[in-house]
Design a protein around this ligand. Structure first.
Ligand code: NI
Length: 181
């Protein structure tokens, strides 16, 4: 297993729409292991493949480190699809390993239904709510090239400009490996 430098805001791959995984082969399984290791090393609760430099539709989530969510098992979602979203929305502060130190309130559906392939290539369908739904939607956004600044109002985005500029220039203190400029 290995820890991979995480891509940060400004890296083009974070703006690409990821390709569907054709086959869950040994290579993909190895990448998933590396993704978990990289995420945990950075104290993250979710990580998408393009954050480790791979433009494929895969993300990992593990919210069991968050108080109140200890019973949630780590999950890998391959080729995920959001099937349904509740009309009820919720605002919550989010961060992102590709946006070191940045925090912003993001409004998202409270409950979602999502389908995906597991590592055995079996189709799964689950309902997720609250933090679990939020992390899935955040990671799903990565797979379509979207990030937190795309999910906030233009006023908030303006307020984030200086921070985004600093991140792009690696002018931030980060305690996990990130890509070079
Ligand atoms: Ni993120």
């Amino acid at each position: 297993m290995s820890i991979i430098p995480i891509t940060v805001y400004g890296d083009k791959i974070l703006r690409e729409v990821a390709k569907p995984v054709q086959q869950v082969d040994d290579n993909i399984i190895q990448i998933i292991r590396d993704m978990f290791e990289t995420m945990r090393n950075a104290s993250g609760i979710g990580l998408a493949a393009n954050q480790v430099g791979l433009s494929e539709k895969i993300f990992v989530v593990d919210i069991s480190v968050v108080e109140g969510y200890e019973n949630y098992k780590p999950v890998v979602m391959i080729n995920p699809r959001i099937l349904d979203k509740s009309e009820e929305l919720e605002i919550f502060e989010e961060g992102c390993l590709s946006l070191p130190n940045l925090r912003a309130d993001v409004e998202r559906p409270k409950i979602i239904k999502v389908s995906y392939l597991d590592t055995d290539e079996k189709e799964q369908e689950i309902e997720a709510n609250e933090l679990f739904a939020r992390v899935i939607l955040h990671e799903y956004d990565h797979l379509i090239g979207k990030m937190i600044p795309d999910r906030v109002s233009s006023t908030v985005k303006k307020r984030l400009q200086n921070e985004l500029y600093d991140i792009r220039n690696r002018d931030v203190k980060v305690d996990y490996p990130i890509t070079e400029k």
